[in-house]
Structure formats: structure tokens, C-alpha cells
Design a protein around this ligand. Structure first.
Ligand SMILES: Cc1cc2nc3c(=O)[nH]c(=O)nc-3n(C[C@H](O)[C@H](O)[C@H](O)COP(=O)(O)OP(=O)(O)OC[C@H]3O[C@@H](n4cnc5c(N)ncnc54)[C@H](O)[C@@H]3O)c2cc1C
Length: 481
């Protein structure tokens, strides 16, 4: 095995999180090596399926990168501006707006731009390198091991390894047993998702099915059990259309309906269900027109650091538990990881303790509301279409629903509570479950407001969090039908 040398920081994975981590650290004068399995022309490609994603990102997350890195995005990478995201009830009678202004990205273009930023910032980039495992010495991560494009084996050593390998990371999964970063996650917290990018002609107008100015999310536990379908406009006459499911909910739904649907049949049914599209043609630029992959929809790892190790983006299961939006958290965490890795190296302490400030910074910037939102996701997955229809119409005001999707906890108004009491026992119990969930979200947010200042108090904190999530899973089993 060859030695590839020693760096301050190795960033494994040149996706959204990795390119920005490398850029941020290189700007602090660190000697950075950015490694990825793709050829340079396909930077950021997640799998053989391409850059599989819904491509929607909040404008505030793009602003964060622009401000922090002093860069400006435009076309072609910001493919289309949208006013916001609407979530529609299964009967399409109620819709809630959330997120606000955002963009649908041209992901291959966006990733190419991020790589350019990393390289201009001074990061060393090695393409077509397959990371195979971390190198562990005395229980500390001290580098990585893998193969280059000629299948030659290499080791690279560093003071810090940033794991930005996405959800299938081989680094996190091969860490030593430790109290900080879990090596495996619950499969019920993973959504199987897939989508097409199509060119189309419109047959008519109906904003419940296609809205040129907004991203649409269809909640429907028959069509997308334990997940949702989406129709996101792109530039020209193009659309990103797909859906995600929770495997357990899909199994329950299939058993109850006597069906044998899988992710692909559900996506194809969902496309057919939409009455507005005709002459659909796969838009296969970069071979990226059709694909499927997994998204974790739970709280991010309670700790994002271990001795010599930091994680950013999907490797740390960062996507928002309700919307599955992982672009924003990957961008934010990448920058914060790069900055904090540099700071720890300057302070000559890359132990868990020395890297801990990254946990605090990420929690403050984005992470602290995610665990509460995971509880809401678990509750949502326990509702059938009838209750979803009724609940979206009657339980929440638009403002309350939008607060929840932002991780803010609404005070469910006294008037709406009183109205519910007048509406009979079945609805009352569904409503009281919502009141319970909102209370638990509040309690979880409170726990995260006091995120541990150092690793010393981390274990009891994590126990509390895990206990509350398990309690919610027990109380609200998946029940799509
Ligand atoms: C179908 C679908 C729809 C989605 N829709 C949205 C959406 O609309 N909005 C949103 O915000 N989020 C969405 N997401 C989530 C979002 O795409 C991810 O959260 C985001 O890509 C995470 O970025 P990342 O940099 O952490 O990881 P990734 O994008 O997965 O990048 C990881 C990089 O590491 C490389 N890599 C992996 N393993 C190795 C290895 N062993 N050796 C070398 N290189 C390796 C990969 O090739 C890739 O370049 C969606 C996800 C899916 C699957």
C-alpha cells in the first residue's frame, strides 16, 4: 500500500458539504485534500443514477453560502426561482405555504461551481478515488484508506478527517464503537426516494397539480406512504417530479390494500395521476433524468464529532425530518466544519473536546430544531388520509402549520382548541395527539437550547433525546391506511 502523504485536513466526498468544507478550511490557510470517486466532469454525482434530488433549496441557505464565502450564484446553477413551497392535503382542499422564496437548482452546474470555489480557495482535489475506510490508531481517526483510478491502494494521513460521503458513508460506519457518533441508524428513519426530470406540455391549469411559481408537495399516504410526492418547477418547460416512502409504511399499505407496489411503481403512478402533463419526455442532460436514492429524515447525529473526525451533510443524517431538505444543512455544515477543523488545528487539539465547538455552531445555525421536527414526522406517519384531510383543514391555522415546518412551536390557539372539543370524540383524540406532539416538540427544543457546552455532559443529553424519540415511536406507530 502506498502512502499518499500527510495533510492538515482530508475531506472525503466532493458533494455539497465536502466542497464547501474544503473551501472554508483552505481559506484559513490549511493544507487540504479533497477526495471523491467521481471524475471531475461529474463532480457531486451521488451514485450511478446521477445527482438524484428534488433540487429545491431555500433562498436563505443560498444567502448563507454567498455571505460566508463571498461568492455569488446565478444562472445556470440557480435554475429557477420559486416563491415558496406548498404542502397539499390528500384531497387537495387545503394547502399550507412554508419555506418562503427558494430555488430549484441545476445540481450538476451547482456542484461544478462549488468545486471551482474549493480549488480557487487552495484545496488539493483528487478525483476518481474510492474511499474505503478510516485509519484508526489508538481509537482516533488519523486518515483514510482507499484506491485510486488504477485500483492502487493508498493511505492518506491528516489531523482531521471530514466525512462528507453522504448517506452511504464508509467512514462513519467504520468508526470505533463510541458514545458520540452512531455507526448505524434505524431503517424506519430512512425514506426511499426517486424522481424524474421531464420536459412537458401543459394540458390546462390547476395550481393543485402544477404551479410554475411554487414547489408543490402532495401529502397522501396511499400514493406515498410515510412520505410525500413532489412537483417542483424547473426552467423552461421542465419539472422535477418524484416521491419518497418509508419502507415500513409501504409494507403496511401494500398488505392492507393487497398490492405489491414498490418505489418505482408508485412514482410512475404518481406521474400518471397528475392530469396536467402531456408529451412527457425525459430530460436527460448529464444522464440525470431518472434516479432513486435514500434520504434520512431524523434529527442529525447528536454529536457530529469524534476524535480526529467530523461529519457534514448526509453522512450526519442532516436532512430536515419533515421536508427531507438536505441541501441547506449540507451547505451550512460544510462551511462550519471547514472553519472549525481549522480552528482546532490552530489550537493543536483535534480530540472530541477540541472539535466540540462545531457541534455548538451547527446546533445554533440549524440543528437545534431538528429533533423536535422528527417527533412531528413520526406523528405525521401515523395519520391516514382521512385524518390528514380533516386535520389540515381544521386543526391548524396556516400560520401554525408554517411555524411547525420551521421548527417553531405554535401555541395552538384557545379558540381552535375549543372548536375541537365541540367536534366529537374521534377528532378530539386526533387533535389531542397533535396537542401532545406540539408539547413534546417544545420539550425537545428546550433540551436542544441547552446543548452540551463540552463532551463531559453529552451522554445524559443524548439519553434524554433518544428516550423522547423512542417514546414518540411507541406512541405513534406508522399507520398509513
Ligand atoms: C430523490 C431525492 C430528492 C431530494 N430532494 C431534495 C430537495 O428537493 N431539496 C433538498 O434540500 N434536499 C433534497 N434531497 C437531499 C439532498 O439531495 C442531500 O441532502 C444532499 O445531496 C446532501 O449533500 P452531501 O454533500 O451531504 O452528500 P452527497 O450529495 O451524497 O455527496 C456525497 C459525495 O461523496 C461521494 N462519495 C460517496 N461515497 C464515496 C466513497 N466511498 N469514495 C469516494 N467518494 C464517495 C459521492 O460520489 C458524492 O460526490 C433529496 C434526496 C433525494 C435522494
Amino acid at each position: 500500500m502506498k502512502s499518499g502523504g500527510e495533510y492538515d485536513i482530508i475531506v472525503a466526498g466532493a458533494g455539497l458539504a465536502g466542497t464547501l468544507a474544503a473551501a472554508a478550511a483552505a481559506r484559513k490557510g490549511k493544507n487540504v485534500l479533497l477526495l471523491d470517486r467521481n471524475p471531475e466532469a461529474e463532480v457531486g454525482k451521488k451514485t450511478v443514477w446521477g445527482w438524484t434530488c428534488g433540487d429545491a433549496v431555500a433562498g436563505s441557505h443560498i444567502d448563507f453560502v454567498q455571505k460566508k464565502m463571498g461568492v455569488q450564484f446565478g444562472q445556470p446553477e440557480l435554475d429557477r426561482r420559486v416563491d415558496g413551497v406548498y404542502a397539499l392535503s390528500p384531497d387537495l382542499k387545503t394547502k399550507f405555504m412554508f419555506e418562503g422564496v427558494g430555488y430549484t437548482l441545476d445540481r450538476p452546474e451547482f456542484e461544478a461551481k462549488l468545486l471551482e470555489i474549493a480549488k480557487k480557495s487552495g484545496a488539493n482535489y483528487m478525483s476518481e478515488f474510492e474511499v474505503q475506510s478510516p485509519i484508526i490508531e489508538n481509537k482516533k481517526v488519523v486518515g483514510i484508506h482507499g484506491r485510486d483510478k488504477n485500483k492502487e491502494e493508498f493511505t492518506f494521513r491528516s489531523k482531521v478527517v471530514v466525512d462528507a460521503l453522504g448517506i452511504s458513508t464508509v467512514i462513519r460506519r467504520n468508526l470505533p464503537e463510541n458514545p458520540y457518533v452512531d455507526r448505524v441508524i434505524d431503517t424506519d428513519d430512512i425514506e426511499s426516494t426517486g424522481r424524474y426530470i421531464y420536459e412537458f406540455e401543459l394540458k390546462g391549469e390547476d395550481l393543485a397539480y402544477f404551479d410554475p411559481d411554487n414547489a408543490l408537495i402532495h401529502l397522501n399516504n396511499v400514493m406515498a406512504p410515510g412520505g410525500y410526492g413532489w412537483v417542483f418547477p424547473k426552467s423552461g418547460n421542465r419539472v422535477n417530479i418524484g416521491l419518497g416512502v418509508q419502507k415500513k409504511s409501504l409494507d403496511i399499505r401494500n398488505a392492507k390494500l393487497g398490492k405489491k407496489d414498490n418505489l418505482q411503481t408508485l412514482i410512475d403512478e404518481y406521474v400518471k395521476w397528475n392530469p396536467l402533463f402531456k408529451n412527457l419526455k425525459l430530460w436527460n442532460k448529464n444522464n440525470n433524468g431518472k434516479g432513486s436514492w435514500s434520504v434520512a429524515v431524523r434529527r442529525n447525529m447528536e454529536s457530529l464529532v469524534y476524535d480526529g473526525y467530523m461529519g457534514a451533510g448526509d453522512s450526519m443524517v442532516m436532512p430536515n425530518p419533515i421536508s427531507a431538505g438536505g441541501i441547506g444543512p449540507a451547505l451550512i455544515s460544510g462551511i462550519l466544519a471547514g472553519e472549525n477543523a481549522s480552528r482546532a488545528i490552530e489550537a493543536n487539539d483535534t480530540s472530541v473536546k477540541g472539535l466540540w465547538q462545531y457541534n455548538i455552531d451547527y446546533n445554533q445555525a440549524y440543528g437545534k430544531k431538528m429533533a423536535g421536527m422528527e417527533i412531528f414526522r413520526i406523528y405525521l406517519q401515523s395519520l391516514n388520509n382521512d385524518i390528514l384531510n380533516y386535520g389540515m383543514k381544521s386543526f391548524l391555522t396556516t400560520k401554525e402549520a408554517s411555524d411547525i415546518t420551521l421548527g417553531l412551536i405554535p401555541e395552538l390557539s384557545v379558540a381552535s382548541k375549543f372548536k375541537m372539543v365541540l367536534k366529537g370524540a374521534r377528532n378530539l383524540s386526533a387533535f389531542s395527539n397533535l396537542v401532545y406532539v406540539v408539547g413534546r416538540m417544545k420539550a425537545m427544543n428546550e433540551i436542544y437550547e441547552h446543548y452540551p457546552e463540552s463532551p463531559d455532559t453529552f451522554v445524559p443529553f443524548k439519553q434524554k433525546v433518544v428516550h423522547m424519540v423512542e417514546e414518540a415511536k411507541e406512541r405513534f406507530p406508522s399507520s398509513p391506511i
